[in-house]
Design a protein around this ligand. Sequence first.
Ligand SMILES: [Zn+2]
Length: 238
Amino acid sequence: MSQLYTMCECNSSVWRMAESRLTTTYGEFLLMAYWSVAEPGEHLAIIKGTFPLREPVLVRLHSQCLTGEVLGSLQCDCGEQLHEAFSAIKSKSSGVLLYLPQEGRGIGLVNKIRAYALQEKGVDTVEANIKLGFAPDQRHYGVAAGILKDLGIRSVRLLTNNPDKIQGLEQHGVQVCARVPIITSANGKNNFYLAAKQKRLGHLFGITGVEPSEVESANGVAENISDGIPATLGTAVK
Ligand SMILES: [Zn+2]
């Protein structure tokens, strides 16, 4: 990891701006801050351990959610997903969480608050983004792929319920060998939001009691998930 920047295949560059150790309740990490002309904001790589050559690395692409993670909003499941992702990485000898400046599926905090106001009037999270003039999901994963490549990671076991993240990484040359689902529970306030993500955005939810019990790796072999995450139904990545 000696180079200062990496040119990824989407022609967007990522620049490594700073790095330090970080001690958290989930253990010791290396914290690296990246910048990219392709997407504004600070992109963080939170890294545990070292990566064995040619073995897929446990990775989470986590989109920033100030309302859910800092303010404790019950209207989404982002805070719980972040906790589950860190817990999964904590249980392994190595892993990476990329914390991406993609508030509100990429529309930014101000527009996300506008979208919440629309949702108070009864529209769902997808329709709210459309009414504001955005796509239902504005996010792209070229910068995330560029950061992973800068870290020397070419294949991953991806902690996600979102098929777009799998496709987004593979489009940019990072192989997704398996999907590791993240289990969250509906809390009574976010049921409508979770249903919209499942039905309208195709998320592969492991909401407790809804989906069954194992995930399939890319080669079709059933894989028991023992990352500290309760088993749930997964979908083969390819
Ligand atoms: Zn959220």
